[in-house]
Design a protein around this ligand. Sequence first.
Ligand SMILES: NC(=O)c1ccc[n+]([C@@H]2O[C@H](COP(=O)([O-])OP(=O)(O)OC[C@H]3O[C@@H](n4cnc5c(N)ncnc54)[C@H](O)[C@@H]3O)[C@@H](O)[C@H]2O)c1
Length: 343
Amino acid sequence: MQKFNIGVVGCGSMAQTWIEYARQRKDCEIKALVDLDLDQARKTKKEQELSGADTFSDINTMLKQHDLNLVFDITPPEAHYETVTKSLSAGCHVLGEKPMASSMDEAREMVARAEKTGLTYAVMQNRRYNKNIRSLRHMIKEGIIGKPGLISSDFFIGAHFEGFRTEMDSPLILDMAVHTFDQARFIMNSDPVSVYCQESNPPGSWYKGKAAASAIFEFDDGSIYTYSGSWCAEGAQTSWEADWRVNGSRGSLLWDGEKEPRAEIVISEDEDKFINDFQTVTPEYKWQGQNGHQGCLDEMFSGLKEGYRPETDCRDNIKTMAMVFGALESSQQGKKINIEVNC
Ligand SMILES: NC(=O)c1ccc[n+]([C@@H]2O[C@H](COP(=O)([O-])OP(=O)(O)OC[C@H]3O[C@@H](n4cnc5c(N)ncnc54)[C@H](O)[C@@H]3O)[C@@H](O)[C@H]2O)c1
C-alpha cells in the first residue's frame, strides 16, 4: 500500500476538515503542521490528537527537515503560489484549497511547475462533488432539454466573515464565485471564451472590497451563462451551491442547489399552440460518491494512487481561474474580455 507522509500548511478553520479526512485514511500520516502563527499549529496538533506531528512557523524548515511526499495547502489565497511551487520543487504532490492563485501569471507558473516535476497539483472544488449537481449534468448530457443555450445562477448570501475576506479587493469573485464558475463549467461540460462583468459593493456592505457582481460569459459551445451574486445579501438567501436554471431547445432544468433538479420538457410540438404543454422529469442517474470535501479528496487520492489526473487537476482548474481573472479584468476595464488560458 502506498503511504502518504503529509505536511499541512495553514492550520486555520478549513484545515480541520482536511486533517479529519486524512486521519480516517489508513494510508495517510500527518508528519508536520505549519502555520505562520505557531500557536495555531500547536493548537491544531493538540485538538486533532496528532502527537507524532512536528510544528513549524515556515514551510522551508518543514520541507528541509521532513521526507514528505504530499502537502496540503490550506493557506489564504495569496499564499497558495509560494506554498505550491515550493512543495512541488521539494518533490511533494500538492492538494490545495481554492482559489488556485492570486493571478493568471501565478496559475500558469504553478501548472508549469507541476508539468516540470511530473507531480500532481489538484485544487479543491468541493461543490462539484454533490449528487444533485451530478444528476443535473447527466440530464444535460443525455439531451433531456435538447441543446442548452442559456444558463443562469443566482448566489445571494449575507456571510459575516472575519479575517482575510473582509480585506480582499474582490472577495466574492475570487473567494466564492470561483466555486460557482467552476460549477458552470462542470454543468455545461464546456469552457468560457469571453466575459463582461461589473462588480459593486452594495449599500450596507461590511466588506472593504467589492462583495457583489453580475457577469455574462460566452461558452465555446455558443451558450451564454449569466452570474448574479452578493456576499452581503441580507434575507431571501439562496443555497451555497447557488440557484440554477438551464434553458434548452426542448425544455428547462431548475436546481435550487439543495433539492433534486427537475426538468420541464415539451410533450409535443403543436403549431397551433401559443404555449406548449410540458411534463416534469426527475433524474434517474444517482451519483454514489461522498459529498463535498470528502468526495473531492476521495477522487484526488484515487488519482494519486492509480496514476490518473483528477477532475480538478491544475491543468483543468486553470480554466476556472481564467473565468475569475477574466471577470476581474472586465470589471476593472469596463469592457468585454476574451478569456485565454495560454499554457
Ligand atoms: N472549499 C471551500 O468550501 C472553502 C471554505 C473555506 C475556506 N476555503 C479556502 O481555504 C483556505 C484557508 O481558508 P480558512 O478559512 O481556513 O482561513 P483561516 O484564516 O481560518 O486559516 C488560514 C491559516 O493559514 C495561516 N497562514 C497564512 N499564511 C500562511 C503561510 N504563508 N504559511 C503558513 N500558514 C499561513 C494563517 O495564520 C491561518 O491560521 C482559503 O484558500 C479559502 O479560500 C475553502
